[in-house]
Ligand binder design. Structure first.
Ligand code: FAD
Length: 483
């Protein structure tokens, strides 16, 4: 079979399917090749199912603390299989939704694993679709109805949106049983009594928070001097204090040197400050980052430059080879779904010849949905100073906000970093209840290049948590009201 498309996208994750919809809207004949699950990691094993698990944990937490709100609830309990079933159901619903969107936009889905067979050089790019080279890590979702099958396809433009997979440290290879990646952590057969989480980035901390709230004995081991290493140090410190208050153990400047499997779990050798200790737990979650899916695509074969395991692109997703583009996790950090989606849109609009504006990577927000939540955009105070900026910093703590007190959420902070000379908002950092729903306010402000004056003159509704964003700005300029 040979079918010819204007745009063929390899990978049906948030980067790929959003690029496909935008391409169809612009009138391109479009196809998506997917080997495992429409919606990619995000919908099936990442953003969405974790948030469903964390929602169960949040409700469990509130039920446990109902008396704080004057309510009486008999001691809550849970069935882990029901919690997991709900999370998987949420993923399945959205996975089906993506297939429907493809159908609605008349986008072909081709089921199988794609690789490039011929670069464009004036003609179309050729792609072969065959059987997946490896079985899925965990059972895949059902193949959507009405998809096209294996064969040779041609397209004027091919967008590689193949995403990423868990990074594996030598000697600490996940085995699907005692040593988990996010795949197994998302779908535990039973609740482990104890757990060691290696790595304290967003993925590690979200799982640590979920399992701790559900009652597991959780220890987080972080190689660097702070948990949540990309976040502002002060925000990470507030979060750490809350996690420790909840009973989570946290080791920083600590290296997992060895993991040995025992009859009932794992023995983990940890080196910290010149000393070695061995911790035992039922399970270990390896959360040491992800690596791009660049292999098996014959990218180098057609001349595409790969740098440190990621496809090298320009601001519009173009690789060095005509007609071949890359977006999302496979094209580099920050490895976030909203970044993948935007890159998809920018790439397709540029192909159309529209005035696509390149993404400002410094204005991509990052959120971690643990309890307390963390959200940020722009430069941390330390990074701003490292970059030679003279800064004005504002802080406002949740304890001074009426809504936070009414919600029973007095712990947290909003921090803003301004350029002292120009008033430019360089960064905003938050920890506490619902901050992942607040951060977009600062993202819009940065995008519109608002200054401290604009923010100070903005009226925020009362009583809301958002008032703390205003207060933090006021604090940077010595005008804070409620502190
Ligand atoms: C546990 C976890 C939690 C996360 N939480 C968040 C969050 O809260 N917010 C956030 O923004 N991000 C989150 N992420 C990151 C987010 O999932 C990724 O950034 C996002 O999925 C990247 O989208 P993508 O389209 O680049 O790739 P993916 O979503 O990985 O999709 C790539 C697709 O390509 C397919 N594919 C690969 N190779 C081929 C091939 N050769 N042929 C055919 N198909 C192929 C794969 O099967 C996959 O479906 C999380 C990730 C994890 C693991």
């Amino acid at each position: 079979m040979t079918d010819t498309y204007d745009i063929l996208i390899i990978g049906g994750g948030p980067g790929g399917y959003v690029a496909a919809i935008r391409a169809a809207q612009l009138g391109f004949k479009t196809a998506v090749v997917e080997r495992e699950h429409m919606g990619g990691i995000c919908l099936n094993w990442g953003c969405i199912p974790t948030k469903a698990l964390l929602r169960s944990a949040e409700i469990y937490h509130y039920a446990e603390h109902a008396q704080n709100y004057g309510l009486e609830i008999a001691k809550p309990s849970f069935q882990m299989d029901a919690v997991v079933k709900r999370s998987r159901g949420v993923s399945a619903q959205l996975n089906g939704g993506v297939s429907m969107l493809m159908k609605k936009n008349k986008i072909d889905i081709i089921w199988g694993e794609a690789k490039l067979s011929k670069a464009g050089k004036g003609g179309p790019v050729e792609v072969t679709v065959g059987e997946p080279s490896k079985p899925a890590v965990l059972p895949q979702n059902p193949v959507p109805k009405g998809v096209l099958g294996h064969g040779a396809y041609k397209a004027k433009h091919v967008i590689v949106a193949t995403g990423a997979r868990p990074r594996v440290l030598p000697g600490i290879e996940p085995d699907g049983d005692r040593i988990w990646t996010y795949f197994e952590a998302m779908k535990p057969a039973a609740m482990p009594k104890s757990l060691i989480v290696m790595g304290s980035g967003a993925i590690g901390i979200e799982f640590a928070s979920f399992y701790r709230t559900m009652g597991a004995d959780v220890t987080v081991v972080e190689l660097l001097p702070q948990i949540l290493p990309v976040e502002d140090a002060e925000i990470a410190a507030v979060a750490r204090k809350q996690f420790e208050k909840q009973g989570m153990k946290i080791l920083i400047d600590a290296k997992v040197a060895k993991v040995a499997k025992t009859g009932s779990g794992v023995e983990v050798t940890i080196e910290q400050g010149g000393k070695t200790q061995v911790l035992s737990a039922e399970r270990l979650i390896s959360a040491v980052g992800v690596q791009g899916n660049t292999e098996g695509l014959n990218l180098e074969g057609v001349g595409v430059v790969i740098e440190r395991g990621l496809v090298k692109i320009d601001a519009y997703g173009r690789t060095n080879v005509e007609g071949v583009y890359a977006i999302g996790d496979v094209a580099g950090a920050p490895m976030l779904a909203h970044k993948a989606e935007h890159e998809g849109t920018i790439c397709v609009e540029k192909i159309k010849g529209l005035d696509a504006h390149p993404m400002k990577k410094t204005q991509i927000p990052g959120c971690t949905y643990c309890q307390p939540q963390i959200a940020s955009v722009g430069l941390t105070e330390a990074k701003a100073k490292e970059g030679g900026r003279e800064v004005k910093v504002g802080r406002f703590r949740f304890i001074g906000n009426g809504k936070a007190i009414a919600l029973g959420e007095p712990d947290g902070m909003v921090k803003t970093v301004f350029d002292a000379k120009t008033g430019e908002l360089l960064g905003a950092h938050m920890v506490g209840a619902e901050v992942t729903e607040l951060i977009h306010g600062f993202v819009i402000a940065m995008g519109l290049e608002t200054t401290e004056e604009d923010l100070m003159h903005t009226v925020f509704p009362h009583p809301t948590l958002s008032e703390m964003m205003h207060e933090s700005v006021l604090d940077a300029y010595g005008k804070v009201i409620h502190m």
